[in-house]
Design a protein around this ligand. Structure first.
Ligand code: ADP
Ligand code: MG
Length: 215
């Protein structure tokens, strides 16, 4: 099993949005998927509760119980466990990082997010965990040219010498509206957003594949 923790000190960066989208992306592709929500607000669980029909397994849980959950998920043959965390430097977030095979640090291309990302990177590095930076809520590129905010953000993130997901997730209403019915942008039929999520999952899948129970 492969465990992914969505982390960011900053609230509103898009951890929950991407946790649910990635859980659905994996599930739609036949991966046995568990979404663990350790944020006391339970937004990820709420989003999936609105879903009609089948979907990934989901559980709301406190940080100290995550390890037991991870062990039972392994026993049940889960392929990927995705942990959504609360913002801030919390015990929950630390437990999630400790158990993760990969930490996804979600950052908006905005000064305060970038400043907070530097601290998150330091924590994840101290815990010696693989890290992938994901830029979310990026404004659109115009004729292939990124906006000044995105260019500045990419330059700032490059200084951290950590891998950055090659697909930027743009700011799109469908990421909000789809979750209102517990669906991913892929299911909502928005081709541009669907492509972004498919590409992001395809990139992360490379890390996860060797850990997959079913091979
Ligand atoms: N790529 C995106 N495009 C548009 N809105 C987004 C995007 N990502 C997140 N949002 C919106 O931003 C807000 C915060 O996102 P959320 O996933 O709850 O962040 P976090 O879990 O990090 O606090 C929500 O209203 C969400 O719908
Ligand atoms: Mg959240």
């Amino acid at each position: 099993m492969f465990t992914i923790a969505l982390v960011a000190r900053k609230g509103g960066s898009g951890k929950t949005t991407l946790a649910v989208h990635l859980a659905l992306a994996a599930w739609l592709r036949g991966w046995h998927t568990l979404l663990a929500d350790v944020d006391p607000q339970r937004s990820a669980i709420e989003a999936l509760r609105a879903r009609h029909g089948l979907g990934p397994d989901r559980v709301a849980i406190a940080g100290p119980k995550l390890y037991d959950l991870q062990m039972s998920a392994v026993r049940r043959g889960t392929d990927v466990m995705i942990i959504d965390t609360a913002a801030g430097v919390t015990e929950e977030q630390a437990s999630a990082i400790v158990l993760a095979d990969l930490c996804l640090l979600v950052v908006r291309p905005a000064f305060l997010d970038l400043a907070a990302a530097i601290e998150s990177v330091a924590i994840i590095r101290r815990l010696k965990k693989p890290l992938l930076l994901v830029v979310n809520q990026a404004p659109p590129a115009r004729e292939g040219v990124e906006s000044p905010a995105v260019r500045r953000a990419l330059r700032a993130l490059a200084v951290l010498s950590q891998p950055i997901a090659p697909t930027l997730i743009r700011s799109r209403m469908v990421y909000q509206s789809a979750l209102e019915t517990g669906r991913s942008a892929e299911e909502a039929g928005d081709p541009a957003a669907a492509l972004e999520i498919a590409e992001l999952w395809a990139y992360i899948r490379h890390f996860a594949l060797p850990h997959r129970a079913a091979g």
